[in-house]
Design a binder for this molecule. Structure first.
Ligand code: SF4
Length: 353
């Protein structure tokens, strides 16, 4: 297929497709599915070999959020049957992080529900980071705490946080349909604030919330504009007790096409298979490993994933290897783009004008 030849040529050069080409990937037929996976696999292997980076979620604070994101089981008024608790103690979070690291996770993602942290919350997280570093010094730490101020971002960076996750989730034109308590621009601003503080930006999407193909292309290109380093692709988990509980619109084949489109737009960027993979990709999960170079290990924030042992077996059976702590995830030319800020807020040095 000419489209795939073009996409592979561009991907091997680290170039993104046009919007039309990205859209055309989503419109390919099931007859072409294995060709699409194979083409995305060539791009994936060029930049990431057969390595799979494992990430492990630690939910520091669960449920009772004042925001109304319709896809989220922790939202305002959620009737979802989930665990609700306030901040884990640093030693509890460190024990959870250690379990993830022992299971092979290279990155631990510290997540807290809520619109954004107070300064006191950030200090709690800083204490938690110290406790984690004591027990698991090699693990990368990503924080996901909601909307962030510049000062808070700088504080997290100084405390040794490597990355900050804040997903755009869907296209700007769709955002008002999934959330009314904050906007798309708020999310974009936080990704920028994190990057500018020297944190590696992790931001992705949720597919399967009623969006069109064009909306998916829009959000992926918005993420590319933000020059993020990792892109988690979630598939909606339709929790009972949330407004999207009846929304089941994904097939395993569509999930693979969405992942492939993301890979072509981000040839040399970490593309992570995130929430919902078990229920939407089902038996086709191993095929997704030919496209993505990163997955979550084990459970998600409020739902259970397949056991970590099954993930490791799947990776091995599919002929991939778990990425070790010594190997840089991103290719050298991208890894070098993130320079930790050493001036401006939180230092004695003047910011760069
Ligand atoms: S996604 Fe975050 S901000 Fe939105 S309801 Fe869930 S926890 Fe709250």
């Amino acid at each position: 297929m000419e489209l795939l030849t073009t996409l592979v040529d561009k991907g091997l050069r680290g170039q993104a497709p046009t919007r039309e080409e990205a859209l055309a990937v989503l419109e390919t037929s099931d007859d072409d599915l294995l060709d699409v996976v194979s083409a995305a696999g060539r791009v994936r292997r060029e930049w990431f070999g057969r390595r799979v980076k494992l990430n492990y979620l630690v939910n520091l604070k669960s449920g009772l959020c004042p925001e109304d994101c319709s896809y989220c089981s922790q939202r305002l008024g959620s009737k979802a049957d989930i665990l609700t608790y306030t901040w884990l103690k640093p030693h509890e979070a460190a024990a959870a992080a250690e379990a993830g690291a022992k299971g092979g996770a290279k990155r631990v993602c510290l997540v807290a529900s809520g619109r954004g942290p107070t300064d006191r919350d950030v200090e709690r997280v800083v204490d938690t980071i110290e406790a984690i570093k004591e027990r698991s010094p090699d693990v990368e730490i990503c924080a996901c705490l909601g909307l962030l101020s510049q000062r808070q971002a700088a504080r997290l960076r100084t405390a040794g946080v490597h990355a900050y996750n804040h997903n755009l989730n869907t296209a700007e034109s769709e955002y008002g349909k999934i959330c009314t308590t904050h906007g798309f621009t708020d999310r974009v601003d936080t990704v920028r604030v994190a990057r500018e503080a020297g944190l590696s930006a992790c931001s992705g999407l949720i597919a399967g919330m009623g969006e069109s193909d064009a909306d998916l292309v829009d959000v992926v290109f918005a993420l590319r504009e933000l020059d993020v380093d990792s892109v988690p692709v979630n598939f909606l988990i339709p929790f009972t007790g949330t407004p999207l509980s009846q929304t089941w619109e994904l097939t395993p084949q569509r999930c693979l096409r969405i992942l492939a489109m993301a890979r072509f737009v981000f040839p040399d960027v970490e593309v992570r298979l995130a929430g919902g993979r078990e229920i939407h990709l089902r038996t086709l999960q191993p095929l997704a490993l030919h496209i993505v170079n990163s997955i979550f290990l084990g459970d998600y924030l409020t739902s259970e994933g397949q056991p970590g042992r099954a993930d490791l077996e799947m990776i091995e059976d599919a002929g991939f290897v778990v990425e070790d702590a010594e190997t840089a995830t991103l290719p050298g030319h991208r890894a070098g783009l993130v320079s930790p800020r050493r001036r401006g807020a939180g230092t004695d040095l003047a910011p760069n004008a």
